[in-house]
Design a protein around this ligand. Structure first.
Ligand SMILES: Cc1cc2nc3c(=O)[nH]c(=O)nc-3n(C[C@H](O)[C@H](O)[C@H](O)COP(=O)(O)OP(=O)(O)OC[C@H]3O[C@@H](n4cnc5c(N)ncnc54)[C@H](O)[C@@H]3O)c2cc1C
Length: 420
């Protein structure tokens, strides 16, 4: 090994960890992944698969605070907070609301755009090498509205997108019908962002990248990371539930489960789960050609390899509470309103449901940068709603930080130190 080559352990085999490990390997390092389960079976498993360069809009926007009473009131709304979890959530929620000032959201959107705009271009060489290029479709992303007024209500979000170079085409009711004949006539306005794409099977994509990583000599250590062995501020190894793995550098990419690992290294990161659900219909009567987002319902219907996936909504209830499967079932009612040719109910064998944990920080921008205790440990977590889309560039940047190379995007906004 040359002097700059390191033994690097990547903690977590979700989209972020696998992308990071792939780029580290290409930079010539000796790389292993620490993962107790199988690659791609965490949050990267069941998401909506959107690879949207346009997803620059933070979750907390000016005026968000006005919505909190409604979130506490409607258990089937697009965003809910479980009352019992409110005391534990309060500090995060306060930071979340405070991060929604006009200046802050503008800076957050700019930072996100740097990770998101090159998403597909950054992923492409990895997919090509893994023989998985067929999994990414570039047909755009369609946002639909029931009225011009509801579109106007979202104008702050569209302004942020425009300011960051996102372009789109608008469609009236008739044009929308031609674009997507199966769409309900209740929708009268459509916005198509053509630069966006989607993954036809996120689980298979992460797996294909992980397999290619192993084919190139990478190893997956089936263990759980529990901490770090340091000598002063230099990393000696990753402690696991089954012994210590020697490493010169490490990347923490364990999604929502990264919090205790960062705490051990002196960073108290306000990382919270934004739980989301999906419902999949096998052999659906109709499938949209383009992933379609019901802007008001806050869910996306994505055509996938194994059926139609309806995914979205946010539930703030912590890591431990059991899933509320009614929140997944309700997506069926919502999608029927979007595509009336779909049924309102299906036999159980044609449906699957899933719940996942979005790893979310209050300001909606991921945590990418060195740990407080050791420059040898780099964080790459906290990707919230956009980890699939921002994963490729995060992986590239995290690998650059490990190598001591100039990062492809300015990492200052992602600093773990911003939380104090
Ligand atoms: C309903 C829903 C829809 C979504 N839709 C989209 C979308 O359309 N587009 C988009 O870009 N994003 C979307 N997301 C968000 C996206 O799925 C996440 O941001 C992304 O998957 C996070 O990836 P990750 O690698 O950080 O985490 P994960 O995929 O959760 O991976 C973390 C891995 O770390 C492992 N791990 C945990 N603890 C340890 C430990 N101690 N040691 C070692 N390994 C450990 C876990 O087993 C897991 O495999 C959606 C999320 C949800 C819930």
């Amino acid at each position: 090994m040359s002097q700059n080559q390191k033994t690097v352990g990547v903690i977590g085999a979700g989209m972020i960890g696998v992308a990071t490990a792939s780029f580290l390997q290409r930079a010539g390092h000796d790389v292993f992944i620490v993962e107790p389960g199988n690659p791609g079976e965490g949050t990267s498993f069941g998401n909506a698969g959107a690879l949207n360069g346009s997803s620059v809009v933070p979750m907390s926007m000016p005026g968000t605070v006005r919505n909190v009473p409604r979130w506490l009131d409607d258990p089937m709304g697009p965003l809910v907070i479980r009352w019992s979890y409110l005391p534990a959530l309060a500090p995060w929620l306060i930071r979340f609301i405070r991060s929604g000032t006009p200046d802050k959201v503008r800076a957050q959107a700019r930072a996100l755009r740097g990770l998101l705009a090159p998403s597909i271009a950054t992923l492409t060489p990895l997919m090509r090498d893994a023989g998985a290029e067929d999994l990414v479709k570039r047909v755009g992303h369609l946002f639909v509205y029931r009225s011009e007024e509801s579109f106007r209500k979202e104008s702050p979000a569209w302004t942020l997108r425009r300011e960051n170079g996102v372009t789109w085409d608008e469609f009236n009711a008739d044009e929308l019908r031609q674009l997507e004949p199966n769409l309900s006539r209740d929708f009268v306005k459509g916005v198509l962002v053509r630069e966006n794409g989607h993954i036809a099977n996120p689980h298979r994509l992460v797996n294909a990248l992980a397999q290619e990583f192993c084919r190139r000599g990478g190893r997956i250590e089936r263990r759980r990371a529990i901490g770090f062995e340091l000598d002063g501020n230099r990393l000696k190894g990753i402690r696991t539930d089954n012994g210590t793995l020697r490493a010169d550098a490490a990347v923490v990419a364990a999604g929502v489960w990264s919090k205790p690992l960062a705490a051990e290294l002196g960073n108290r990161i306000p990382l919270e789960t934004e739980r989301g659900y999906h419902l999949m219909i096998r052999d659906p009567e109709v499938v949209p050609r383009i992933p379609t987002a019901d802007a008001e319902g806050k869910f996306v219907a994505t055509p996938m390899e194994l059926g139609l996936r309806i995914a979205g909504t946010v539930e703030l209830a912590g890591l431990k509470a059991p899933p509320n499967w009614e929140r997944a079932r309700v997506l069926l009612r919502h999608v029927h309103r979007l595509f009336p040719a779909l049924k309102e109910s299906y036999p159980e064998e044609r449906l699957t449901m899933w719940m996942g944990h979005r790893p979310s920080v209050p300001d909606s921008i991921p945590v990418i940068g060195p740990s407080r205790r050791s420059p040898d440990v780099i964080y790459a977590f906290g990707h919230g709603h956009i980890g699939m889309a921002s994963g490729p560039m995060t992986g590239k940047v995290a690998a650059e930080l490990v190598s001591g190379a100039t990062p492809s995007v300015d990492v200052a906004p992602f600093s773990p130190e911003r939380f104090g």
